[in-house]
Design a protein around this ligand. Structure first.
Ligand code: FES
Length: 142
């Protein structure tokens, strides 16, 4: 049953018709976070080219606000640099959705955290690759 909160039209629209739902093949970063307050879970995938996020997808097991914020955050990060994406706050996501009922603001934290986790994963992976690449130069020449 639909929760009886005062959701904005935009929240309802993104909940009924979420953008970028599903898994991503071969992502450059994946972030999975859970909301300890309700047990809901969000997973966010990003694809990065150069320093720019070119695609984002999500899978969320959660309430309408969690689905709508996931949908919105995937739309907001596309085309942003990693640095710009790191500045996206849960408030910015909620604002883009024309606000959330105060009692549902905690749901938007999931979107911010999932995005940050996906970016951290991406940065870790690229660092590992960088480490692998520089390794040969550490070898002592025979
Ligand atoms: S109630 Fe769990 S994320 Fe909204």
């Amino acid at each position: 049953m639909m929760e009886n909160f005062n959701y904005s039209q935009k929240v309802m629209e993104h909940f009924m018709n979420p953008r970028n739902v599903g898994e991503m093949e071969d992502p450059d970063g994946v972030g999975t976070v859970g909301n300890p307050m309700c047990g809901d879970v969000m997973r966010l995938y990003i694809k990065v080219e150069g320093d720019r996020i070119v695609d984002a997808r999500f899978k969320t097991f959660g309430c309408a606000a969690a689905v709508a914020t996931s949908s919105m955050v995937t739309e907001m990060v596309k085309g942003k640099t990693i640095e710009e994406a790191l500045k996206i706050s849960n408030r910015a996501v909620a604002e883009a959705l024309e606000g959330l009922p105060p009692i549902k603001m905690h749901c938007s934290v999931l979107a911010e955290e999932a995005l940050k986790a996906a970016i951290e994963d991406y940065l870790r992976r690229s660092k590992d690759e960088g480490d692998r690449r520089v390794q040969p130069s550490h070898k002592h020449p025979l």
